[in-house]
Write a new protein. Structure first.
Length: 434
């Protein structure tokens, strides 16, 4: 049975590799169109099913266009692929996001945005008035100072303070339409950071297109940008740091990782991992420069809030996302960690730390055996780290799968087997052409 599965997987990989660029684009856009239609018919969340119905047609149209152009055998197929990519971004992000932002302004009660959008905008209002964004916390078996008028899970702000900047236009205008909608601000930053990263990245045009598709155009990016979006600027900044590390622009890497780490905990694994692979132009370790930038930005933006209300900060940023605040979250998916802690709640206090210790031991052994690590190897490690963290956290959501997907894709794009850099190594793992 195992051999049959391996043979089937190998055949599928070979068929995928045999496809031309436009043919593979047609497959991806076609799958995306089916996914969008199914989401529109099945999702109970208003923002998601609206996005599904709005994007099914653009995905379908670009699928047909990719098939037609692939039959013509254009010499400038790359130009056609970029054009189709831009159209998909317009149809899957710009138009749906604009419509949902307008509908939300007209009727905020209908759920035309994921809860995190309101959470970010509300925190920005407090910060702009000199108040602490960490209003609620869990102690003695109950939620203290719960924000009135919203569910308990929306009263928590599970980010670092800098995430509030996306809600500042809304806080200043006291409105949630046009450019003041936090999703639009997050989408603009995502597009700018990812665009700069793709320009810097040393990779073929085909690889860059695939990265842009997964990060922006396909549902792995477009759905999140249109409905919620708080993970997308983090991913874009992480990609910018990867491109900077590849070019040994360590100041840029440190600044981009510092900003991301000062927004959300999900940027910290790569921020720490970058210290292992940062090199200067003379191939010397440059971890100190990266570390100083990250530590400086995080210290300036985070420590004042930690000192002001340490218990509230820990409850919001760590306890609530890990499911330790005993507040039911709609983000909790039926992943192994959630299932196990629901069955035996006490595991919630041990599962993540034990996994961290065991995983850390094996990662240390791997790093020592393959030292010095290449950037591609680090990204593979990060992909596995995120996937493991998803599976053991007691209240994580399936949407976090975009982190390991993107990191694995970047590892493939940064494969240094053909590099002339003196520190380049053959990656211990590789994937087929995406």
């Amino acid at each position: 049975m195992l051999r049959q599965l391996e043979a089937s997987w190998s055949n599928s990989v070979q068929r995928w590799k045999s496809l031309a660029g436009l043919e593979s684009d047609a497959v991806l856009y076609g799958i995306s169109g089916v996914f969008a239609l199914v989401l529109g018919m099945t999702s109970t969340q208003v923002a998601q099913w609206h996005w599904g119905y709005l994007t099914a047609v653009p995905y379908g149209a670009m699928t047909v266009a990719a098939i037609v152009f692939s039959r013509i055998r254009w010499r400038r197929a790359m130009v056609v692929r970029i054009a189709l990519l831009i159209i998909v971004i317009l149809g899957a992000i710009v138009i749906p996001l604009g419509l949902e932002a307008r509908w939300r302004a007209e009727d905020p009660s209908q759920g035309y945005a994921q809860p995190e959008v309101s959470v970010i905008e509300r925190s920005a209002t407090w910060v702009s008035h000199g108040k602490d964004p960490y209003r609620s916390y869990y102690t003695d078996g109950r939620v203290v100072d719960e924000v009135p008028g919203v569910p308990a899970y929306e009263s928590f702000f599970p980010y670092f303070p800098l995430m509030s900047i996306f809600g500042l236009p809304s806080a200043e205008t006291h409105e949630t339409h046009g450019l003041s909608d936090a999703r639009i601000v997050m989408s603009l930053m995502t597009l700018l950071a990812s665009g700069a990263a793709l320009l810097m990245l040393r990779a073929s045009g085909k690889k860059k297109i695939r990265i842009a598709q997964v990060l922006l155009a396909l549902p792995t990016g477009a759905l999140f940008l249109s409905t919620g979006g708080d993970d997308m600027p983090i991913l874009a900044l992480m990609l910018l740091s990867v491109a900077a590390l590849q070019r040994r622009a360590n100041t840029t890497a440190g600044i981009s990782l510092g900003i991301a780490a000062a927004m959300k905990l999900t940027a910290w694994p790569l921020a720490l991992g970058a210290l292992l692979v940062a090199r200067d132009n003379k191939n010397r370790p440059a971890w100190l420069r990266v570390a100083l930038w990250v530590a400086g930005i995080v210290t300036v933006t985070v420590l004042p809030f930690v000192f002001k209300a340490p218990w509230a900060f820990v409850s919001n940023v760590f306890a609530f996302p890990l499911g330790l605040a005993h507040v039911a979250s709609p983000a909790a998916s039926d992943l192994p960690g959630h299932v196990l802690t629901t069955w035996l709640p006490v595991l919630g206090h041990f599962l993540a730390p034990v996994t961290f210790l065991i995983g850390g031991y094996f990662l240390t052994k791997y790093a020592r055996r393959h030292w010095p690590l290449s950037l591609s190897q680090l990204l593979w490690i990060m992909a596995w780290v995120f996937l493991t963290m998803m599976c053991v956290a007691s209240a994580t959501r399936i949407g976090y799968v975009i982190y390991p997907i993107n990191l694995a894709l970047w590892a493939w794009a940064c494969d240094e087997r053909h590099s002339t850099q003196p520190y380049a190594e053959v990656s211990a793992q590789s994937v087929s052409e995406f």
